[in-house]
Write a protein that binds this ligand. Sequence first.
Ligand code: PNS
Length: 162
Amino acid sequence: MKIAVYPGTFDPITNGHLDIIKRASQIFKRVIVAVSENPHKKPIFSMEERRQLIQDAVIDLDNVDVDVFDGLLVHYAQKKGISVLIRGLRVLSDFEYEFQMALMNRKLMPTLETIYFMPSEEFTYINSTIVKEVARLGGEIGCFLPPGVVKALHRKIKEIKK
Ligand code: PNS
């Protein structure tokens, strides 16, 4: 029974991410959701805000921890003794990026195995970016995000518009 890391930007966590976390938590002894700073994506939530939103969303999952990291993911995995990397795969267009990332990570750390989970079909078309856009333009986002995240996103958008 291994420890797995589920890395991402999580700006913010969606129900699609949560679906992957739940599936992984049923298979691995422990799952660490690791939030990457990822400044080139210009996240609207700070790293600490993203960590806290995930923490609240996974409160009922006993074997799931939340952490933050900067630098290379493989360095984080080496430091923590992690040998499994989890990613979600939704649609064909995810594949190229995921393939490149998996092979680069394998080159950098051959003992780290990347495993993909497919979310429930109701989440295959959502990601944080599209949900943020819908929210910014006044659309309903309640079915895409954990309840605490809906509130936080509305608050953040108001702040940004000020
Ligand atoms: O949710 P995202 O934005 O698709 O996650 C991408 C993430 C954070 C997993 C990826 O960019 C990453 O691992 N960043 C850390 C830096 C790193 O290790 N880069 C090399 C990846 S091959």
